[in-house]
Design a protein around this ligand. Structure first.
Ligand code: URA
Length: 260
C-alpha cells in the first residue's frame, strides 16, 4: 500500500523532503482530517494541502536516464533544428514538461537524467548542492605526472581555482584513460581544466551522477529510473555541507583500477 508521503509527493509535485515536512507540520488532511505521519498508509481519499484539494489522480513524475551519444544538443528544442536529446526519448516516455537535468556538451556522451519534476531539477543543479559527477576521458596523449599534479593543485576556471574531487588513471577501459570527478558544473569544466594543463580531451563520457551510474545502458538508449534510484537522488539533493560524507580533496589512488 502506498504511503501518504508517496501520494502527496506524486499529487503535489513537492520534493519528498518538502512533502515530509508539510505532513509533519500538520498542513495535510485526508478527507478533512489532519494526518501527521508520512509513512502511514494511503489507499484513497481527498488529500488537501493547506486546505487546497490536490488531484490525487495526477500522474506521478517521470524520471529517465539516457546514455547520450555525441552530436546531440542538451535542450528541449533547438532553434537551429539540430538533433536534441529529446529526439532520443520514445513517445511513450515523452511526458509533457520533460526536460534534461543539467547539461552535457554536444560532443560529450554518457549519463543524462531527464524528468518532469522541476523541484528535483532545481535541487540537483543548484550550485549549493554540488552533486558529484564522474567523467571518463581520453586525451590526445595520456596525462603526464606533471599535468596530474597541476590539476590536483587547482587550475583557474571562471576566476576560481578548481580541483578535481578525484582523479584516477583507468586500466582496461579502452578508449578512456582517466577518470575525473568534480562537484561543480561550470560550462565545459572538464575540457577547460584539461586545456589549462595543456591536455586536449578527445572524448568525454559521464559515467556517474551522484548515486547513479550509467552501467551497461547502450549509447542512445533510455530507461526509467527505479523507485530506489529516485529515492537515492532525492537524498543526494542535500547540500554537500550537510551530507557529512567527509569527502574532499584529491584521491591518492591515481593508478588504481576503476569500475563504475
Ligand atoms: N565538462 C565538460 O567539459 N563537458 C561536459 O559536457 C560536462 C562537463
Amino acid at each position: 500500500m502506498p504511503s501518504l508521503l508517496h501520494a502527496l509527493t506524486a499529487a503535489s509535485g513537492l520534493s519528498r523532503r518538502k512533502a515530509f515536512a508539510a505532513i509533519r507540520e500538520g498542513h495535510v488532511t485526508v478527507d478533512g482530517e489532519v494526518r501527521t505521519e508520512p509513512s502511514s498508509e494511503y489507499a484513497a481519499g481527498l488529500i488537501a494541502l493547506d486546505g487546497r484539494l490536490l488531484d490525487t489522480a495526477a500522474r506521478a513524475h517521470v524520471y529517465l536516464m539516457l546514455n547520450k551519444p555525441p552530436d546531440y544538443i542538451t535542450t528541449v528544442s533547438d532553434e537551429m533544428g539540430r538533433r536534441t536529446v529529446l529526439d532520443l526519448i520514445p513517445a511513450r516516455l515523452k511526458a509533457p514538461g520533460i526536460h534534461p537535468i543539467g547539461r552535457l556538451d554536444r560532443d560529450t556522451s554518457g549519463l543524462l537524467l531527464l524528468t518532469t519534476d522541476g523541484d528535483l531539477t532545481h535541487a540537483l543543479t543548484h550550485p549549493r548542492f554540488e552533486i558529484e559527477k564522474e567523467y571518463w576521458l581520453r586525451s590526445a596523449a595520456p596525462l603526464t605526472d606533471q599535468q596530474v599534479a597541476q590539476l590536483r593543485s587547482g587550475v583557474e576556471i571562471d576566476g576560481e581555482a578548481r580541483r578535481p574531487l578525484r582523479l584516477r588513471r583507468l586500466i582496461d577501459a579502452e578508449p578512456f584513460q582517466t577518470s575525473i570527478t568534480i562537484r561543480e558544473g561550470r560550462n565545459r569544466q572538464v575540457r577547460r581544466m584539461l586545456e589549462a594543463v595543456g591536455a586536449r580531451v578527445t572524448s568525454l563520457r559521464r559515467v556517474r551522477e551522484g548515486p547513479l551510474t550509467l552501467g551497461d545502458l547502450p549509447e542512445g538508449a533510455v530507461r526509467a529510473l527505479t523507485r530506489d534510484e529516485v529515492a537515492a537522488l532525492r537524498s543526494a539533493e542535500r547540500p554537500a555541507s550537510k551530507r557529512g560524507d567527509g569527502r574532499s580533496g584529491d584521491d591518492p589512488s591515481l593508478g588504481r583500477r576503476s569500475s563504475p
